[in-house]
Design a binder for this molecule. Structure first.
Ligand code: AMP
Ligand code: MG
Length: 498
């Protein structure tokens, strides 16, 4: 590591997780790489974080992003956690290829983790090499930033650098490091790590840390841990409902990949659906479809039940009472989720009021879409252009259905439901277009950008990330990024790419 220099003052760190007891993490520095090279710095995010993009473009900063230089004030750690992977208990996971450099506090008081992913082996690496390949790093960059632009809570990507080293997977691939920003990297699996060791003091410390950091309103609550469970459930319900509303499939909803702050985290074999089908699975490692599109809400509840179990010692002194409280909370989850989802779906079809029959109306459309393999994103987007004075035969949304008669029948119900809203077609169109994107990171476009980047051409990656910054704008000049794949372009499977 280089000696600190004035140029290291990129970040004003204020590290709280590293002040928790030693067994919460392993203290170690990133492993330097041969030849750091900047692929991408996220200027907008840097500015949002109160950082200077020009300073972050300097060679010294690029060395920080590669793990070759520790910025002043950093207290680097790999966090300990456990988790259920595909339902199987793994007592120790932890940051096997990530290092938390530290936390910085925003002007608006929000604290963010700055983490390097792909920064070398740690005591939690098990058989892994601690590294990441350029493809998965840019995949996380593209999709996390697209999610943010789509209004979904998510970790962010501040920078991606190449390492000048190879990583060995099925083939030798160029190595890269991602600088990830998160409200925190505390996961359901972090709680599980301590719960499985019956370390109740640690659970309480962690819960208090989480309340202070992510749920400060609960600090003065009379039953803070009960309220914490409720608040984490609420945020997950909102998060997963948002995923469902944009056709996002996380792909690896293991408990170690569920953030306590309610952000989407750990972009592996995730993908957006093109044609709508609720059973869609892309991940090559998800053979049973555990994490299919339709299962996501149910899996979120399963993960939250694991979280509730961890909190039992804090919920009541009497174990039966604690279990009862946890069970009652978890049983209420489907209703909480359903309400979130219904709100999102109502907005997607231009409804602002809640009326009886809305659920059936929404399900009716989804049913026709999945029967006729309609494109999920474009159906909702193009529905926004429908207008009373234009006959349904001329609506552009109709082009997404092979047998438009079924859609026409639905459109009639929808039109009559719209009469209960006091909105002009123009206003409805504007509101619908704020929630129904024209652009999503389509698999074939993502794969195309990654293949080019891997071969040294980052231009398609640049173009794709730029288009995805404004997903709700029509951008007619970029129309080809909105279109579904041609049959020979369809991506059937995504890979974990660790
Ligand atoms: P993920 O599937 O990325 O959520 O990772 C699951 C676990 O495997 C975490 O503990 C990671 O830190 C670890 N892991 C994944 N890839 C590697 C790697 N290349 N080297 C070391 N650990 C890894
Ligand atoms: Mg993970």
């Amino acid at each position: 590591m280089n000696a600190p220099s004035p140029a290291d003052k990129f970040f004003a760190f204020d590290n709280t997780y590293a002040k928790l007891p030693d067994h919460f993490y392993a203290r170690l520095s990133p492993t330097p790489v041969k030849e750091p090279g900047l692929i991408k710095l996220n200027h907008a995010l840097a500015t949002e974080l109160g950082l200077d993009p020009d300073a972050l473009s300097q060679p010294e900063a690029i060395e920080v992003f590669a793990g070759n230089r520790l910025p002043r004030g950093s207290d680097p750690i790999a966090m300990a956690y456990a988790g259920h992977q595909f339902g199987n208990w793994v007592p120790q996971l932890g940051d096997g290829r990530a290092i938390l450099l530290g936390e910085l506090t925003h002007r608006n008081g929000i604290r963010r983790d700055i983490q390097l992913k792909g920064s070398g082996p740690t005591p939690f690496s098990r058989m892994g090499d601690g590294r990441a390949a350029v493809g998965p790093v840019l995949r996380e960059y593209i999709i996390s930033e697209a999610m943010s632009a789509l209004g979904v809570p998510t970790t962010r990507s501040l920078a991606a650098v190449t390492t000048g080293e190879w990583v060995f997977r099925e083939a030798a691939l160029p190595g890269a490091v991602l600088t990830r920003i998160a409200q925190s990297h505390i996961r359901v699996g972090t709680f599980q790590f301590f719960a499985s060791r019956q370390d109740n003091d640690a659970i309480q410390l962690l819960a208090d840390h989480v309340i202070a950091r992510h749920y400060p309103d609960l600090k003065d609550s009379e039953k803070p841990y009960h309220d914490l469970l409720q608040a984490v459930m609420d945020r997950q319900a909102e998060l997963v409902a948002k995923w469902m509303g944009i056709g996002f499939i996380h792909g690896v909803m293991n408990t170690d990949n569920m953030s306590i702050a309610g952000e989407t985290i750990d972009y592996g074999p995730c993908a957006f659906m093109d044609v709508f089908h609720p059973d869609t699975v892309f991940s090559s490692i998800d053979q049973m479809g555990r994490y299919s599109y339709r299962n996501q809400p149910r899996i979120a509840q399963w993960n939250l039940a694991r979280f509730a179990q961890c909190l039992l010692p804090l919920l009541a002194d009497d174990q039966d009472k604690a279990i009862e409280a946890a069970q009652t909370a978890i049983d209420s989850y489907p209703d909480i989720y359903q309400l979130e989802w219904l709100g999102i779906m109502r907005a997607k079809i231009g409804l602002s009021k809640a009326e009886e029959g809305d659920l059936e109306l929404i399900q009716g459309l989804l049913g026709i879409m999945s029967d006729q393999k309609a494109d999920f994103t474009l159906t909702f987007r193009d529905l926004s252009f429908a207008a009373k004075e234009v006959p349904v035969e001329q609506w552009r949304v109709r082009s997404h259905f092979d047998q438009p008669a079924n859609f026409d029948a639905w459109a009639q119900q929808w039109t009559s439901r719209l009469q209960q809203e006091n909105l002009s077609d123009g206003d409805r169109q504007t509101t619908m277009q704020k929630v129904n994107p024209r652009f999503i990171p389509r698999n074939h476009r993502v794969e195309e950008a990654l293949a080019a980047a891997q071969a040294g051409d980052t231009q398609p990656f640049e173009k794709l990330t730029t288009v995805l910054e404004q997903p709700f704008d029509e951008q007619p000049e970029n129309a080809e990024y909105a279109t579904p794949p041609m049959p020979d372009e369809v991506v059937q499977q995504t890979f974990c790419g660790t």
